[in-house]
Design a protein around this ligand. Structure first.
Ligand SMILES: Nc1ncnc2c1ncn2[C@@H]1O[C@H](COP(=O)(O)OP(=O)(O)OP(=O)(O)O)[C@@H](O)[C@H]1O
Length: 355
């Protein structure tokens, strides 16, 4: 196949998985601490040898334990972007980026040219002469993105690339990554703890728990209807697909409008995301504060510890969940088939550009 295929078993790490990312797609990897996410990246990069396993990238065998094949890391055509930018402190931003094509055998002056092109591509042209100590976290991560891509890798490994950034710079770097990943349909693996990063950047997701794949599939279906405990804990979100028709306004193909906040360009595909605990259930349409109100038919009621998850169908393609108290379920006399009004405040709804 083209793209990445990793099959690996490592006894001491209790790892035994089989994971694929088709060419040009972004695969998100989520799972609890110690699940084996970073190990997956290390195996792909050739930094970690499985006891038994095989790594193939675009038809090239990089690791095959049964045949004794182990292509060294620097010959794999793989670039890694980590949480920390890991720039060389003594080199300028430009020299840091030029280092990637230089290591791949490109000549000195062409490497400089490539570095300048990439710096301007990531919106960091004016930082070319600065050293890492003169860059903010977000700026340094931009330079690191340029360096990762300047070698034109066949595979990009992203290890929590936004985790170390502050709330101000993370959205801009997330947008940059989205553009970079989409523009050239790059194959990438993204390890993340953040559901929103998976939604914004990835096509498919694997959930790893205890060294095994417990769930896999398109990001939105896995996050909206998680089957594994871990995915359910971090996800189980309400997701609405559509197009941004005005600033802060998303419309679904069947004409449902959702107001939210988020910097997504008008005209682009997006997903509105909110947590079921932000959704209130009313028998009659609520009056007052500006909010999203959806008329819906209750389809499912599930007790989850102290709260009750009510799922209701808004249209043939959209169902939303609300987490309410058991008392509210009794007060509202909620049973499947009843008409309710689901309300969620616009500031509780995040709009994200969708891949
Ligand atoms: N250098 C090592 N030597 C032996 N075992 C290790 C080593 N590094 C990690 N492990 C073990 O391998 C398993 C998988 O670890 P890994 O770092 O891949 O998990 P992770 O999902 O990336 O976790 P986190 O989210 O905490 O970074 C864990 O049980 C861990 O204890």
């Amino acid at each position: 196949m083209t793209g990445l295929a990793v099959r690996a078993r490592i006894a001491v790490r209790n790892i035994d998985y089989d994971i694929e990312a088709p060419s040009g797609s972004v695969l998100a990897v989520i799972g609890p601490n110690g699940a084996g996410k970073t190990s997956l990246l290390s195996i792909a990069a050739g930094l970690l040898r499985p006891d038994d396993g095989r790594v193939e990238l675009d038809g090239r065998v990089l690791t095959d334990t049964s045949a004794g094949i182990h292509v060294p890391t620097h010959r794999r055509g793989i670039a890694t972007l980590s949480q920390q930018p890991l720039l060389f402190p003594h080199l300028t931003a430009e020299a840091n980026v030029a280092f990637a094509p230089r290591s791949a055998g490109v000549g000195r002056s062409r490497s400089k040219e490539v570095a300048r092109e990439w710096l301007s591509h990531v919106g960091a042209a004016e930082l070319a002469g600065r050293r890492p100590s003169e860059l903010s976290g977000g700026q340094a991560q931009r330079v690191a993105v340029a360096r990762a891509l300047a070698a034109d890798p066949a595979l990009l490994l992203l290890d929590e690339p936004l985790a170390a950034l502050d709330v101000e710079s993370a959205p801009a770097v997330r947008r940059l990554l989205r553009t970079m990943l989409q523009e050239r349909r790059r194959t990438a693996v993204l390890v993340t703890h953040d559901v929103l990063d998976a939604l914004a950047l990835a096509d498919t997701v694997v959930v790893i728990d205890d060294g095994r794949v417990v769930e896999r599939g398109p990001v939105r279906s896995v996050l909206a209807a998680p089957r594994s405990t871990f995915a359910a804990r971090i996800a189980g979100l309400d997701l609405v697909d559509g197009t941004v028709v005005a600033p802060g306004t998303l419309r679904t193909p069947d004409g449902i409008t959702v107001m939210g906040t988020g910097d997504v360009e008008v005209g682009s595909a997006a997903v509105a995301v909110f947590t079921p605990s932000a959704v209130a259930v009313h028998a009659e349409p609520p009056h007052g504060s500006p909010r999203n109100v959806f008329r819906a038919t209750v389809s499912d009621i599930e007790v989850r510890g102290a709260s009750v998850r009510v799922t209701a169908r808004v249209s043939s393609t959209l169902a939303l969940s609300a987490d309410v108290t058991a008392a509210a379920v009794a007060d509202l006399d909620l049973v499947p088939g009843h008409i309710v009004h689901l309300a969620v405040k616009a500031h509780e709804v995040a709009l994200h550009g969708a891949p």
